[in-house]
Design a protein around this ligand. Structure first.
Ligand code: ZN
Length: 169
């Protein structure tokens, strides 16, 4: 059981660190979700930290930048214009009151993770830089964190990333 999970985790990390130049993961150390002491939450937290370490290990081996970024407010911030709006957990869609940008809650968060990761990396985004992001924002089930992770990995070479520049005009 545990071995199977580990195996999948390593496969996941191996795939992304060989396929992409950079992988960004939300850093749970600074996440407010640790306030909750529930068993499911702790499990998700441990699982996520474990996954980060697996990614870092494979990243080193495969020459892929694996960075953790501050996840604070990634779900509230608009990936397009940066406007912060309150969003209860049950709201699954991001719809920006300022610029009208809409995306799935996790997708919007993933783009914010991507932007923060690129900033940390000191890279100006270009279409040629293949990167992936994963968010820990939907670890609410406490079941298999790997399933959640895989679902939240977002292809980042998308046009959405161009929109902040347009919105800033
Ligand atoms: Zn916006």
């Amino acid at each position: 059981m545990t071995n199977k999970k580990d195996d999948f985790k390593h496969k996941l990390a191996h795939f992304y660190t060989t396929e992409y130049d950079a992988v960004f993961l939300e850093d749970l150390n600074v996440k407010g979700m640790l306030e909750g002491r529930g068993n499911a939450r702790n499990k998700a937290e441990v699982g996520w930290r474990d996954l980060i370490q697996t990614f870092e290990h494979h990243g080193e081996k495969n020459g892929c930048h694996v960075l953790t970024v501050d996840p604070d407010g990634t779900t509230k911030e608009c990936a397009s214009c940066g406007t912060v709006s309150e969003k209860p957990l049950w709201v699954r869609e991001h719809s920006c009151p300022a610029c009208g940008f809409t995306a799935g809650r996790d997708v919007n968060a993933a783009y914010n993770v991507l932007q923060r990761g690129l900033e940390r990396l000191g890279v100006v985004h270009s279409e040629e830089t293949p990167v992936e992001t994963a968010t820990a924002t939907s670890t609410d089930g406490g079941s298999s964190f790997v399933e959640v992770d895989a679902r939240c990995v977002v292809d980042a070479g998308s046009r959405v990333l161009k929109e902040p520049a347009i919105a800033g005009e």
